[in-house]
Design a protein around this ligand. Structure first.
Ligand code: TRP
Length: 402
């Protein structure tokens, strides 16, 4: 638990609805995504925006077609700027608190797609400090080690090393702090409290941290000396950082407000709820063995009926079935095929056992391929990671040329 973050007073929590909670640290219950758009004040990704994507890329990515990326801020503006010759950069990140699971890969896969289609640079933040501040158990050394482990998963997605810059907060703090300090100066405690629900018992590391997550929105503009628009693809729980901090201070510091694209959460294999590392039996990790993947999927909750007769008569409930959602998110990109699975399920023709078997074979394939790429990535870490010139007591005269 975060001191004073996760166990805060519910009435003071601005992102709380009657039956679900979405904050950067907690996602609970059945998320009503349309309601979140209203509560957070974001905009839905409209058919017009999707048309713009189609015009620019010649296609519509399944994540857009299926509204997995469904909400945004200023996406229309940033695409307009791109069309008129002003390129953007991409920014996303990861809190390294454990292994990477399929749910984490959703924004990364889409970010890689955007990098390919728009030729954009990616700045990727590993918040080893944040995960240290918010955990009772993890040491800073551990979150730093996990950051490197997680970077292997990121590299396995296929990002272009020439256009991708990965860093941990502690490893790049000199550079980040110069921006973070300016953001912090313009952000009051009462704003941070209102946005994140911080309390007197919250560690002061965590109270300052949002300035560091916001800082990356302006990093390339500072490094290159001119303003570059920023597009952040991320799960919607990260919105408070941009809504409450980065977009508030951007005009004061003379930067563009960062634009965003928000994704939904991939569900876990249990009944309801997102895929979560805290319920490992319902999450597929990239390092799970083939046997473990198979077992997790076989034990998954489904929308199936209690008996074969009922299933044949009434059909399955695909809408509440994680197995179906896995096809929807990642394991059946063809819309007609997906519809066939849906129809066969709901008409009682496709039984859960067979449906699970077909999914297990696809997920095992995916995980095996990813694991191979992840292994190869070990040779390439240095091509992706940037850090401040370090060296403890190394004098400038002794420092090797970068
Ligand atoms: N706070 C995020 C997490 O806990 C990590 C993160 C940092 C991030 N910068 C980001 C996520 C930008 C999305 C976009 O996972």
């Amino acid at each position: 638990m975060v001191s004073g973050v996760e166990d805060r007073d519910e009435d003071e929590n601005p992102q709380k609805s009657e039956d679900f909670v979405v904050t950067p640290w907690t996602v609970k219950g059945e998320v009503d995504y349309e309601k979140l758009v209203e509560e957070f004040g974001t905009s839905p990704i409209t058919p017009e925006i999707i048309e713009t994507f189609q015009r620019l890329t010649g296609e519509i990515h399944p994540f857009l077609r299926r509204r997995i990326f469904y909400s945004h801020r200023d996406l229309d503006d940033i695409l307009k700027r791109y069309e008129s010759g002003e390129p953007f950069f991409l920014y996303t990140g990861r809190g390294p608190s454990g292994g990477v699971h399929l749910g984490h890969l959703i924004p990364w896969i889409f970010t890689k797609y955007l990098q390919d289609k728009f030729g954009a640079e990616l700045y990727f933040q590993m918040t080893n400090d944040e995960k240290y501040f918010t955990s009772d158990k993890l040491s800073l050394e551990k979150t730093s080690e996990l950051a490197e482990e997680n970077t292997l998963d990121l590299i396995a997605i296929g990002f272009d090393p020439k256009k991708t810059f990965v860093f941990t907060d502690t490893g790049y703090m000199k550079t980040l702090y110069e921006i973070g300090a300016k953001i912090a100066k313009h952000t009051t405690f009462s704003t941070a409290k209102a946005v994140f629900g911080f309390e007197n018992s919250t560690s002061i590391g965590m109270i300052f941290f949002p300035a560091i997550q916001a800082a990356v929105s302006f990093l390339p503009s500072v490094l290159k000396g001119y303003n570059i628009p920023c597009l952040i693809p991320a799960a919607i729980d990260q919105d408070p950082y941009w809504r409450g901090i980065a977009r508030e201070v951007a005009p004061k510091l003379g930067f563009y407000k960062p634009a965003q694209m928000h994704s939904k959460f991939m569900p876990g294999l249990g009944q309801g709820g997102k895929m979560s590392a805290s319920q490992p039996e319902t999450a597929i990790f990239t390092t799970d063995s083939q046997g473990v993947v198979e077992k997790k999927i076989r034990s998954s909750f489904t929308g199936g009926r209690d008996t074969l007769e009922e299933q044949r008569l009434l059909g399955g409930r695909a809408d509440i079935c994680p197995v179906y959602h896995y096809y929807y998110f990642l394991f059946e990109s063809d819309d007609l095929e997906l519809k066939r699975i849906y129809d066969d399920c709901t008409s009682g023709q496709l039984l859960c056992g067979d449906c699970k078997l077909m999914l297990a074979s696809r997920v095992k394939n995916f995980v095996a391929t990813h694991a191979r790429k992840r292994e190869d990535a070990k040779e390439h870490l240095d091509e992706f990671i940037v850090e401040d010139l370090s060296g403890g007591l190394t004098k400038r005269s002794e420092r090797k040329n970068p």
